[in-house]
Design a binder for this molecule. Sequence first.
Ligand SMILES: Cc1cc2nc3c(=O)[nH]c(=O)nc-3n(C[C@H](O)[C@H](O)[C@H](O)COP(=O)(O)OP(=O)(O)OC[C@H]3O[C@@H](n4cnc5c(N)ncnc54)[C@H](O)[C@@H]3O)c2cc1C
Length: 385
Amino acid sequence: MELNAGYKSPWLNEELEILQDAVRKFYEKEMTPHAKRWNDQGAVDRDAWNKAGEAGILCASISEEYGGGGGNFAHEVVITQEQARAGVAGFGNSVHSGIVAHYIQSYGSEEQKQKWLPKMASGEMVGAIAMTEPGTGSDLQGVKTTARKVGNQYVINGSKTFITNGQHANLICVVAKTDVNAGAKGTSLIVVETDEVEGFRRGRNLDKLGQHAQDTSELFFDDVKVPTSNLLGAEEGKGFIQLMQQLPQERLIIAIQAVVAMERAIGYTAEYVKERKAFGQRILDFQNTQFKLAECKTEATIARVFVDDCTVKLLDGKLDATTAAMAKWWCTQKENDIVDECLQFFGGYGYMMEYPIAQMYQDARIQKIYGGTNEIMKMLIARTL
Ligand SMILES: Cc1cc2nc3c(=O)[nH]c(=O)nc-3n(C[C@H](O)[C@H](O)[C@H](O)COP(=O)(O)OP(=O)(O)OC[C@H]3O[C@@H](n4cnc5c(N)ncnc54)[C@H](O)[C@@H]3O)c2cc1C
């Protein structure tokens, strides 16, 4: 549904509209028909990654010289939005293309970029970022995983949990301590190619409240040896700074997914309340319905204008961490509020999984938690007061 006739995102040009159309068709043909089965099996099919690679959906904002699409963040936004519109929450492309590939492009050596990015763009490699551990999530300084330098290798020990793409990933960017006595300054990002090492083990594909097709998993590293050349960046101890630099983009992607979810929920609900009748009139004819949906539409519009402005800023290299944190917490909170309000208008049907609104309700909850919890976002904003 178009929420506001006549409104067009300021960053959306003709070329991006063509991409939007192509991506929409790709999702309709290759993803949506499998969504239910993927939810039941707890993961997308592995070959969905290869198909997405062939269709140019992976690494769209990575340079062409490394096999990417040669686009910018706007291309990534178009692809993210179409996935969210298709309701295929389990396909972890925003982590793969929007986050992991950018760590490699931004901090990798020429050799690393040549080696990994083309395979990520084709879907031969699936990326994951492993920050969170059983004992620490928000407080990343508390990471216990170590990477000890022995000769020309790092020996990695530790366990990670809640890792998106955990079952399929074969290129994992691991947050580890290269100096256990140096706090944040002892943190580094090291790439593990899982097919090349011993001692790496995947744990459970975790049973979650929503996003069932996402293979969010535990990962274990027991004396995993990788060459020291797998360090991202020229020197050790830069991991925290690298994470902080990339987080605004990661958080904006989550906010954009939230806005599309709001728009979808309102679209479905507007259609339903025009059809369904009670007490001799349409559900839409009750003033309560009109007022509630008017509020939802207003808030979704405010969110849309805000994330579009953040997108323009990011494209200009001007999106600061505070504004990205505002977008992340506010949009994901509103997503949860609006999806809940909308579900109510479906009555009992809203609780039935065959209705997309029920799926959206399940999938929305995590948005307030991952990518930095909404409390952490408010803490970051409060620091600037
Ligand atoms: C589906 C899913 C996918 C995920 N994907 C990834 C991934 O790909 N890679 C990855 O590394 N991680 C991933 N995560 C982990 C996610 O980022 C963390 O769960 C999140 O950052 C919170 O960390 P935690 O679970 O340890 O909670 P905790 O840090 O233990 O927080 C618990 C509660 O305390 C609050 N809290 C903590 N500190 C403060 C404070 N200073 N002030 C006020 N309140 C505070 C939090 O807001 C939260 O409400 C994923 C999680 C899920 C569920």
